[in-house]
Design a protein around this ligand. Structure first.
Ligand code: ZN
Length: 383
């Protein structure tokens, strides 16, 4: 098969792409702000305006923003390339004018959500548009999906992601690269649990012995959950949220926690979920309810994933760099859903940078050009 390498070697304009990134970053879009998320999607739709692509936009629920789907060949039934991106960020509204303003310092460009993942999907849009403009030809139809809820586990986009993946030959995920440009071919699975304790309220001074403290019972439960962590087996737990009580002089009736679980394989998931479901307070007067389970299944570097990795590594080699993958990372993402379906999935295809989810989040300007070129090559050469 003839390779369709771009004729014009200078088709990528990093300064222009950075101006797009700036526009995207300056619209704050935490998952909890459907208005912000939808304004980013408006911009995404505008960016595809002159590409000739078919754009569909789906409303989800009032709590979340929309989903935008872009197809290069909407009539084609041939399994193609699915490119997954999320437009939501973890940064609350106000971060842009507070702790993390958009700014450039040498090669570093800072901003909320710039690395995870606005710059990362901006290069995928640039690559798609360059193909639409006649730089190279894609061998497969390309579908790009822009979702509003990845940072909270994709409750409203998971179905759409899975439906699109079911008709795809390959899935490319534009999450940030790791450790100097490495891609991701394996991620841990993620579990989420909401645990509620209900005790008996009482006056803390006059009737202490009549009360049954939900907070005290939950304190024991928290210790048990934290004790589930087993670094040797790659199992971690974290109680990340807690609330409860009504006053300092009241024996608390209610306490609620939310816990996060990470596991490497499905057997460990089953085992750990069973341990969560079996949690019991030592005080028999306190009632405990446990809700939750596996949110994202583990994504493993199996033979199916390896075939795509090897193809991508060959493409990278032709572009003059060695493609490497990081070992299984702890962070789950939307590629977990598609990999477990048996669809070859390659993740971490964004730009280089660091500090995702922190107030030091930045990208490297110098990585825009090579990573756009790589994305363009994947889109045109995967067959
Ligand atoms: Zn992300």
């Amino acid at each position: 098969m003839v390779m369709d390498l771009p004729k014009n070697d200078h088709f990528i304009d990093s300064d222009h792409i950075l101006s797009v990134i700036k526009t995207l970053v300056e619209i704050e879009s935490p998952t909890s702000s459907p208005a912000g998320v939808n304004r980013v999607l408006d911009e995404v739709v505008r960016l595809f305006g002159d590409s000739g692509a078919t754009i569909d936009r789906f409303h989800t629920t009032p709590e979340y923003g929309d989903i935008v789907r872009v197809r290069s060949h909407p009539a084609s039934q041939e399994p193609g390339i699915l490119v997954l991106s999320h437009v939501d960020t973890v940064h609350p509204i106000g971060t842009l004018h507070g702790a993390l303003p958009y700014r450039r310092e040498g090669d570093k460009v800072f901003g909320p959500g710039i690395f995870d993942m606005k710059a990362c999907f901006a290069i995928a849009i640039a690559a798609f548009k360059s193909i639409a403009a006649g730089v190279g030809t894609a061998k497969l139809p390309i579908t790009m999906l822009f979702t509003p809820d990845e940072e909270v586990g994709s409750p409203v986009s998971r179905q759409t992601i899975e439906a699109e993946a079911a008709r795809a030959k390959y899935v490319l995920v534009t999450e940030p690269t790791r450790e100097g440009g490495k891609v991701v071919t394996a991620r841990k699975g993620v579990g989420r649990f909401v645990i509620k304790a209900t005790g008996a309220p009482s006056h803390a001074g006059t009737a202490h012995q009549k009360g049954h403290s939900a907070i005290r019972a939950m304190a024991e439960i928290i210790g048990t959950i934290e004790g589930f962590t087993d670094y040797d087996r790659g199992i971690t737990t974290n109680v990340g949220l807690i609330s409860g009580g009504t006053g300092v002089n009241v024996i608390p009736e209610h306490c609620m926690i939310e816990a996060d679980l990470r596991i490497c394989d499905l057997a460990a998931a089953d085992e750990m979920i069973a341990r969560f479901m079996a949690l019991k307070p030592s005080n028999p007067h306190v009632k405990l309810t446990v809700e939750g389970g596996l949110n994202r299944p583990p994504y493993k570097h199996d033979e199916v994933v390896d075939r795509l990795f090897v193809a991508a590594a060959k493409i990278a080699n032709d572009l003059g760099f060695k493609l490497e993958a990081v070992p299984q990372t702890g962070g789950g993402a939307d590629g977990n859903f598609t990999a477990v379906m048996g669809i070859p999935t390659l993740d971490g295809l964004g730009v280089e940078g660091n500090g995702a989810h922190t107030n030091d989040e930045y990208i490297l300007f110098s990585s825009i050009e090579p990573r756009t070129r790589f994305m363009h090559a994947l889109m045109t050469r995967l067959a």
